[in-house]
Design a protein around this ligand. Structure first.
Ligand code: HEM
Length: 437
């Protein structure tokens, strides 16, 4: 593709730049002027980058340029000792016990959506992408920061919408130029978060005034002390972590659910199987944590949905030193792209890759696949810290709403995935709610 057309396409939707050949080759090399890109789709090559030789691959400058102006140097973008320290501090908020303690808040938030849907009687379509976004945002605010979603929600929502609209990669970003290189387009981005910063300041002040009575993530961040120096995180560091969790912690899960509702509306047989499982395991009541392991098909539906529509569609790294992947030389400074959007539909890895078939995730079939053929949450040490949180939340929401409602695509709606930072439906997802019981 000629450079200008490539850039135009990329700024609209990066997944549209992947041609047919991507879906049948193990490694593809691309060049943007002098910058080398390697797109790696072979599971053993992905394993090399994310796990075996992970120390040689840092988050690429190209990717950091897109997210750092907004979320700063939080867990998603930090490296080395900083990253290890941050991950250590935050890990307890994502362990099994913590996840189980969040489940009631997740159930309550889904129940509030049901109550609101039950009051509707106009039959007009509802944008399910927006509904899911608000729901998961409320859950993150409440579980991680003991914050009231009504207060924080609209402000985060606005920041995300502006970020997605305004932050587009330009040629200078793709050339992987050093951070100090002036980029006029990045200047206005930081203002997108001004109002959110004020909210975070308020939350931090409230937490400090409460004198450490809370045990949420914010309290953990404020209490954390460096093991060597005894130093606390400075307010800027805490702010960056909070924005990171707000941003990384709601939109992806909301999109996983959004695509799942869309796929179910197009596949009545699989939808009926889901309903049968919900009936058998729950029989109309809300799920408790003890039910989650029984919702096997519900989990498989979510997994298959994240195969076809991975909310985090691209993972990007930069080589610190020369390496070799699947016989391809990786020069120092090369950018390595690992693209779940491509890998999850790759013809060498999946039988009928375009078909929606949750049974692929039945344990015996999943066990036959290479581990790195399915990576919605990434892999290796930088694997998503919120994977368990996201699955617990998505299971509860799908089970709660799926028991009461069938969602039908609104007549005339067009659904088109567009990949910028995350994989979203370009025109939202207008759906009609049909009550089930
Ligand atoms: C379906 C939902 C989600 C998807 C598909 C997803 C996907 C991912 C992926 C692919 C990565 C790795 C990125 C890389 O290696 O470059 C990642 C990292 C991360 N995710 Fe998620 N995520 C989801 C939900 C969440 C939730 C609920 C949270 C927090 C509550 C979260 C917080 C993070 C953080 C902080 C990182 C950086 C981890 C590190 O580098 O140590 N994510 N996520």
């Amino acid at each position: 593709m000629p450079l200008l057309r490539f850039l135009r396409t990329l700024r609209d939707s990066s997944v549209a730049t992947y041609g047919e050949e991507m879906f049948e080759q193990a490694v593809i090399e691309r060049r943007v002027l002098w910058q080398r890109y390697l797109i790696v789709s072979a599971p053993s090559g992905i394993e090399r980058v994310l796990l075996e030789n992970a120390g040689n691959y840092v988050k690429s400058r190209v990717a950091r340029r897109l997210v750092e102006p907004g979320i700063g140097r939080g867990l998603l973008t930090s490296e080395g000792e900083d990253w290890r320290r941050q991950r250590r501090i935050m890990a307890p908020s994502f362990d099994h016990r913590s996840l189980m303690s969040y489940a009631p808040a997740m159930t309550e938030a889904a129940a509030a959506v049901l109550a609101r849907w039950n009051r509707r009687d106009d039959g007009a379509p509802l944008d399910i992408a927006v509904e899911m976004m608000r729901l998961t945002l409320g859950i993150i605010a409440r579980t991680m920061f003991s914050a009231d979603a009504d207060d924080v929600g609209p402000i985060v929502e606005q920041a995300v919408a502006r970020y997605q609209r305004e932050v587009r990669p330009g040629l200078l970003d793709l050339l992987n130029l050093p951070d100090w290189w002036p980029r006029p387009s990045t200047r206005p981005w930081s203002h997108i978060f001004d109002r959110l910063d004020e909210v975070i300041d308020r939350l931090m002040a409230r937490e400090a005034a409460a004198g450490g009575t809370s045990k949420d993530l914010l309290a953990r961040l404020l209490e954390a002390r460096d093991a060597d120096t005894g130093r606390a995180m400075d307010p800027r560091e805490v702010r960056d972590q909070v924005v990171t969790i707000f941003m990384a912690g709601h939109e992806t899960t909301a999109l996983a659910l959004t695509w799942t509702w869309y796929l179910l509306s197009q596949h009545p047989a699989e939808e009926a199987k889901l309903h049968a499982e919900l009936e058998r395991v729950l029989g109309g009541r809300a799920p408790g944590v003890e039910d989650l392991a029984q919702l096997r098909y519900t989990r498989m539906v979510l997994e298959e949905s994240m195969r076809l529509y991975p909310p985090a569609h691209t993972i990007s790294r930069e080589a610190l030193a020369e390496d070799e992947i699947e016989g391809h030389r990786v020069a120092k400074g090369s950018v390595v792209s690992i693209v779940p959007w491509v890998i999850h539909r790759h013809r060498l890895l999946w039988d009928r890759p375009e078909a929606f078939d949750p049974e692929r995730f039945a344990p015996e079939r999943a066990a036959q696949r290479p581990r790195f053929a399915y990576i919605p949450f990434g892999g290796g040490p930088r694997i998503c810290i919120g994977a368990g949180f996201a699955m617990t939340e998505a299971l509860i929401i799908l089970a709660m709403l799926g028991q009461r409602y069938r969602l039908r695509l609104a007549p005339g709606a067009t659904v088109e995935p567009v990949g910028l930072i995350t994989l979203r439906p370009r025109h939202g997802l207008p759906m009609i709610l049909e009550r089930r019981r």
